[in-house]
Each structure stands twice: as C-alpha cells, then as structure tokens.
Design a protein. Structure first.
Length: 87
C-alpha cells in the first residue's frame, strides 16, 4: 500500500471517528437517549463516543509522524557542519 493511499485511508477513519463522537454527543444532548432508554441509552451514547475516540486518536498520531518524516530532510540546521559556516 502506498503512502498516499494509506494517508487517505487514515483520514477517512479519522473523519468517521469524529463523526461517531459527534453522534454520541447528539444522542446524549439533543436526542435524550438516556432519558428515553435509560441505561441502554447511556451505553449506546458512550459506545459511540468511545469508538469514535479509538478511531480518531491513533490516526492523528500516525499522520503527525508521517508529516514529521516528510519535513525532516528539508529542515536543516543553518549552523550545522555540513553548511561550512564558521561559528
């Protein structure tokens, strides 16, 4: 799998995770699932938020690492020995 395909897949997973977090918040705040369904409503809302967090956080970390790797070769210290600048 190429990096661009992997990044696209991780972005899709991250967006789905954020959507689940928002769905869980909607269930708790606006649809009143806990009041309508009791403990089952609380569990449904909490599971949406939990699965959303599980899906979104690791992908953000991985995308940040990929970004750091892509910027690493281009960012050089201007005072390094390779640039032959005397200190």
């Amino acid at each position: 799998m190429k990096d661009k395909q992997r990044i696209r897949l991780l972005q899709v997973v991250m967006v789905i995770g954020l959507g689940l977090i928002l769905l869980g918040h909607y269930f708790i705040s606006y649809a009143n699932y806990p009041e309508k369904y009791g403990v089952t409503g609380i569990i449904i809302s909490a599971m949406c938020v939990a699965v959303g967090i599980i899906m979104s956080l690791p992908t953000k970390i991985y995308l940040t690492i990929l970004l750091m790797r892509s910027e690493e070769p281009s960012a050089q210290d201007p005072c390094s020995k390779d640039n032959n600048i005397e200190r």
